[in-house]
Design a binder for this molecule. Sequence first.
Ligand SMILES: [Zn+2]
Length: 302
Amino acid sequence: MFDNIIGNNRNKQILKDIIENNNISHSYIFSGSSGIGKFLFAKEFAKAILCMNDTIRPCNSCKSCISFENGNNMDIIVIDEQEETIKTDTIKELTKNILEKPIQSSKKVYIINNSENMTKEAQNSLLKTLEEPPEYAIIILVTSNENLLLNTIKSRCIKVFFENLSDSEIKQYFNRNSIDFFDSMLYACGGSIKNAIELNEKRDIYEKIENIFSNIDYMNEIQVLGIKETILNNKDDIYFILDYINTLFYYKIIENINNTKKYKKCIEIIEETKIRLKRNSNYDMTIDWTLLAIYACLERND
Ligand SMILES: [Zn+2]
């Protein structure tokens, strides 16, 4: 169980124990940063709950496990919506569906991914089910922002907290998937596999940024401004790019412990850039300002 998921070993043990001791509660909150595997954990946990084998669960060979893998197990219902909110109608459907008994297993599992997207009204309509769930039903709320869940909801669930992955776990992920990585890419993930995947998909961009900002002390103005086009073309990722640039400056601070002032100033410039962009300043002009301000700041000797 959980062999294919990297990280959060303590939770693996906790959930395994729950299955082994058949000590399954009616409602759980799987909470932690986005992109660290909570949803995968929830699905694997559900599979084990529904498994019809008495000894090893999930057995991967019973009727339930096989239909689970094929995506046609009727005793698992997943709400994983791409929209920004999970509406009351969706939850009402769930609360209606939950009254129907399981089809093949002895339990029925509901997973609501990004459950913080439930509107307040939707949460309230889930509340009654959480208070008095049918004895066969298990509800798992997966969330990366627990604060948006009502206290009345939270108080009825067992919370399982997921930690960000460590650098060595992210490294393990890269190695397992044969992904070449550079160190700053590793640190820019911030412990999230989702970020790691995104960084890898757009590695050309990050490699270019890495080349400029790692060597920025030796670059002339034209070279520094050369990165502008890459940044302008990737407007959708701008906050991630800015954080990445900051990671590179943090690196420089660690490497040049006696001469950190100018790099700290660069980080301030990046933070100021974020504020300007959030204020809807002109995008092109803001990026121009950022690059020139960083250039000016590095040229000046401390
Ligand atoms: Zn099974």
